[in-house]
Design a protein around this ligand. Structure first.
Ligand code: ADP
Ligand code: MG
Length: 273
């Protein structure tokens, strides 16, 4: 799997994600309307927009859970619109969901190790052989390293069902980070958390992303939190991207002021929406 990914990286552009004129309809309803978006390797972008704007649908299109009705999606220059989510994972496109996806009856350590193991062996790997592989030295070091990076080392033996939501979110991020993703796609990774918990996770995520120069697309409602970890944002409204670019400039865009803020005056982008 890794080989395919590496050959893509060496052969193709440094543009990690290219979404070009993508449209997705559900019956008569157009959830994503002619969206184009480009994200260079190692860059990060935040997607904002009101509920129902089409953010999760866009994430589902990029990660392969939906197929576009029109348009093209390329990862490192390769057209992947018809690829399954698992095939996109093999090209390094890893995501989190709005609701946490972790195994409550396993320990923190086992969840991260399982994530790494499934990437190495394919998702149909037997759980039995997974438990046998837990002693593998290189994997052990890798898991320990990532647990440390995400401040989860002290909880490694804890059963995940006993964790706070904040720690579960950290764990979910660690589970995608451990497989060395090329592109991390995070759909509202802080949903349901209070400001204090978000402020604890933000620097951890920022440090991890910067450490390995990850490409990141992150959907997040809380603007003040988002602008502290991304350089660029795109604003979605009724399925379309109405503005994108550097945070401050985009938030001051007349169309964003009108449609997103519903204001004539200019907001303070550091304020939480
Ligand atoms: P956001 O994440 O910005 O809140 P979504 O992408 O989840 O918005 O949804 C955009 C619109 O598309 C919503 O009106 C939602 O009801 C609709 N939608 C999303 N997924 C489906 C689906 N599978 N079938 C029908 N409508 C859907
Ligand atoms: Mg959503």
């Amino acid at each position: 799997m890794h080989k395919v990914q590496e050959s893509f990286l060496s052969m193709n552009s440094t543009v990690a994600i290219e979404v070009e004129n993508v449209t997705k309809r559900f019956g008569d309803f157009t959830a994503v309307r002619n969206v184009s978006l480009e994200l260079k390797s190692s860059d990060s972008i935040g997607i904002i927009g009101p509920n129902g704007a089409g953010k999760t649908t866009l994430v589902n299109l990029i990660t392969g859970y939906y197929t576009p009705d029109r348009g093209s999606i390329r990862i490192f220059g390769k057209e992947i619109s018809s690829f399954t989510p698992a095939e996109r994972v093999s090209f390094g496109v890893l995501r989190t969901f709005q609701l946490v996806h972790v195994f409550d009856n396993l320990s923190v350590y086992e969840n991260v190790a399982l994530s790494l193991y499934r990437r190495q062996t394919g998702k149909h790997a037997l759980l039995q052989s997974f438990f046998r592989s837990l002693g593998d030295e290189a994997n052990l070091r890798k898991v320990e390293e990532v647990l440390d990076l995400f401040h989860l080392s002290s909880l490694e033996r804890e059963q995940v069902g006993n964790l706070s939501l904040g720690d579960k979110k950290k764990l979910e991020l660690a589970m995608i980070y451990v497989v060395d993703p090329e592109v991390m796609i995070l759909d509202e990774p802080f949903a349901g958390l209070g400001d204090q918990e978000i402020d604890e996770i933000l620097p951890i995520l920022k440090n991890a992303v910067q450490k390995q120069k990850k490409t990141m697309l992150i959907v997040e409602h809380k603007l003040s939190k988002l602008t502290s970890i991304v350089e660029n944002i795109a604003v979605m409204h009724e399925g379309a991207i109405i503005a994108s670019g550097p945070c401050e400039e985009t938030l001051n865009h007349p169309e964003v002021r009108r449609s997103y803020w519903k204001l004539d005056s200019c907001p303070d982008p550091t304020e939480t929406k």
